[in-house]
Design a protein around this ligand. Structure first.
Ligand code: NAD
Length: 517
């Protein structure tokens, strides 16, 4: 059963969330060590994290690790690996359930940390915590479907046993945009299957992930089985990926970093007695097709939510909308009016829909793409950023008449920038939709059963949505992950996720000893 989202139309919920933000604000500015085994390690190399809605508000200071800390953490993983692998499945699942319960108890507090650390508006922060709770519960339940050992293929005189065993020590490398759901999911799946790990969270969300690891330890994961190492991706992340002591890497992030990790981990140095397994969930350049007979009211709302929710900083976000030429003008008029109505403001204000970009780098990238878009298409709309704001804000931008080959129609921007493209037929619309190397999410608004069938067959996307928005996959209901260069994994929150963290072993015994069974 999935955890329900908070209904913020209820005054009591709004008041409770305001209070959670107030309390978290009261504990800003602290230092966050990383957690290796039983040790909390603080150092002189630190990084201040500022609130993206208010540049001058310091959320906290994290200690940055280096390659020697990576080795320390892997030693802990090795030392605890065989013990944790022998903990019965039911016990590992129970600990994960307990972690989900603890998360639920603290859901407003953790969502408030997300509002302040990564600038998630209320509903987005709430949804991320809910997804984390769902993931932990789902993987615990999935694990209980399996036993340590299964008897298979029985014939007289032969006993066949099939075991699913953990891979051993590994690394989880996570992005900042779903600061709890993604690391909780990858970490939970790896732990419940009996693996030990180092979590290397994104620099921008290290404080939320510090709380996550503390909570996992409190739930009963033994120290050393899960370790937290803050640090810079190209330094600590790279050191972990390259270490010959690592057996698997579960990565979620950009295509550029994901492909580099796949390449680096393919090298098998002397002394490394296994091939590293890499699960890489990467970016997207997702399209929604709006057919000539689509319900435009629904389509406008769905496109606006998919393109501008969390400022477009979702791997699943819509960044291309492909319009059948008959409805192009009508759709755009309404979409622009809808975009104009979306309030831009600090993430902690309850009415905010468009909050800040996560940091200066993200803001500069969006601005560069908006400038490029002005050369590649027509700027039909750019939202104003009120003067009173001192965070990393960019209003939503909509470009029209964009060519499918244009860079703003091909490259992941990861911001509230939407390219609209024209198609003369539904066939052509599908061709345009498929004309990028990514294939993560996709959507179609249509009333035509034939076109819907055509989309089901031909629209290449790991998650295809029909007549609804393309963001907000629910654990267990919409297993999530991409095809093409959007991902090389078995999807998160689905029936095959856990298999990625296990290896099969078959034991066959001849039971016909001296003719006696
Ligand atoms: P990113 O690729 O910049 O960073 C992701 C993680 O990799 C961070 O922890 C970072 O420190 C680390 N890293 C960076 N360089 C590294 C290196 N050389 N070696 C090892 N680790 C390294 O991504 P981001 O900005 O944190 O997140 C946004 C990206 O993530 C977008 O592209 C988005 O589409 C993608 N994403 C994908 C999914 C999915 O499920 N497919 C979900 C969320 C985000």
């Amino acid at each position: 059963m999935n955890e329900p989202l908070t209904d913020f139309s209820r005054p009591a919920h709004r008041a409770a969330f305001q209070e959670a933000i107030r309390q978290v604000r009261g504990s800003l500015g602290k230092s966050y060590p990383f957690l290796i085994g039983n040790q909390r390690i603080s150092g002189r190399r630190t990084l201040w994290r500022e609130n993206p809605s208010h540049r001058k508000e310091r959320v906290g200071q994290i200690t940055l690790g280096d390659s020697s800390h990576a080795e320390m953490a892997l030693t802990q993983c090795e030392e605890t690996a065989s013990l944790w692998a022998r903990v019965p499945i039911a016990e590992r699942a129970r600990i994960l359930q307990r972690a989900a319960d603890l998360l639920k108890e603290r859901r407003f507090e953790l969502a408030a940390w997300e509002v302040l650390e990564v600038g998630k508006p209320w509903v987005e922060a709430d949804a991320d915590v809910v997804e984390a709770i769902d993931s932990l519960r789902y993987y615990a339940e999935e694990m209980l479907r399996w036993t340590e050992e299964t008897r298979i293929g029985q014939v007289p005189g032969e006993r066949n046993l099939y075991r699913r065993e953990p891979l051993g020590p590994g690394v989880v490398i996570s992005p900042w945009n779903f600061p709890l759901a993604i690391p909780a999911g990858m970490t939970g799946a790896a732990l419940v299957t009996g693996n030990t790990l180092v979590l290397k969270p994104a620099e921008q969300s290290s404080i939320v992930d510090f709380h996550l690891v503390e909570l996992l330890l409190k739930a009963g994961i033994p120290p050393g089985v899960v370790n937290l190492l803050h640090g810079l991706g190209p330094e600590v992340g790279d050191a972990l990926v390259r270490s010959p002591r690592v057996r698997w890497i579960a990565f979620t992030g950009s295509k550029e970093v994901g492909l580099r990790i796949i390449e680096r981990s393919a090298v098998t140095p002397p002394g490394q007695g296994w091939v590293k397994r890499v699960i890489a969930e990467m970016g997207g350049k997702n399209a929604i097709i709006v057919d000539r007979d689509a319900d435009l009211d629904e389509a406008v709302l769905g496109v606006a939510a998919s393109a501008f929710g969390y400022q477009g900083q979702k791997c699943s976000a819509c960044s291309r909308v492909i319009l059948l030429k008959e409805i192009e003008r009508r759709f755009l008029e309404r979409l622009i009016e809808t975009a104009r109505s979306l309030p831009v403001g600090p993430a902690e204000e309850p009415g905010t829909v468009i909050g800040p970009m996560v940091d200066q780098e993200a803001l500069s990238r969006v601005r560069r793409y908006i400038e490029l878009g002005k050369k590649e298409g027509g700027l039909a709309f750019e939202g104003d950023v009120p003067d009173r704001l001192d965070g990393y804000f960019a209003g939503p931008a909509i470009f029209t008449g964009v060519s499918p080959r244009a860079r703003i129609a091909q490259e992941e921007i990861f911001g509230p920038v939407l390219a609209t493209l024209r198609a003369s037929s539904f066939d052509e619309a599908i061709e345009i939709a498929n004309g990028v190397p990514y294939a993560l999410t996709g959507g179609v608004y249509s009333r035509s059963p034939a076109h819907i069938e055509q989309a089901k067959e031909r629209f290449r996307a790991g998650n295809l949505y029909i007549n609804r928005k393309i963001t907000g996959a629910v654990v267990g209901r919409q297993p999530f992950g991409g095809l093409g260069l959007s991902g090389a994994g078995q999807k998160a929150g689905g029936p095959d996720t856990l298999l990625q963290f296990l290896q099969g072993r078959t034991i066959t015994e001849n039971t016909l000893r001296h003719g006696i069974e």
